[in-house]
Design a protein around this ligand. Structure first.
Ligand SMILES: [Zn+2]
Length: 161
């Protein structure tokens, strides 16, 4: 065995595009879930009081400014020192990504349709699902952050001509 454990976990994302491309897989891996029902695309939205949304059709939507713009900025400013409010904004945007992707996970032997039917037949379970999803997102944010913290060594690539 020549590989060190650190190598196995060193798949940190160097760009915003990488973060978004791997978001579902990273969250699935952290959760140990069988699969994600994400369809592979996301879109920016601007709706009052909505930071993110995962639809039953497997689509992801994020607030243009609070999530997408914020995370683009995080990668653009990789390697810089940030004040506390900025770090809190970055973490909050990452938490939204973890939360929405957690909604799209399925355990082995279950389907996304089963989840949809359960929530639709018992609407009161929706609040419970939101609470559990948010709790899980908060507890697993650090693991996701470790994978998606911009590499400061890559910062030089962002300084173009
Ligand atoms: Zn939610």
């Amino acid at each position: 065995m020549t590989s060190r454990p650190a190598d196995a976990h060193d798949h940190r994302r160097a760009t915003f595009a990488e973060l978004m491309a791997h978001q579902a897989d990273d969250v699935r891996e952290i959760a140990g879930a069988d699969r994600s029902n994400w369809r592979g695309t996301y879109e920016g939205v601007s709706e009052r009081r909505l930071r993110g949304r995962a639809t039953w059709a497997g689509r992801l939507q994020y607030d243009h400014r609070e999530v997408i713009g914020c995370l683009q900025e995080m990668y653009e400013r990789a390697g810089q020192r940030h004040d506390e409010p900025t770090l809190i904004r970055y973490r909050s945007a990452l938490r939204t990504v973890v939360h929405e992707n957690a909604h799209l996970l399925s355990a082995r032997g279950t389907t996304h349709t089963q989840g949809k039917m359960a929530v639709e037949s018992q609407p009161e379970t929706h609040a419970l699902e939101e609470g559990v999803t948010e709790l899980w997102a908060q507890r697993n944010l650090n693991a996701f952050h470790r994978q998606n913290r911009p590499r400061s060594s890559r910062a030089e690539h962002s300084t173009g001509p």
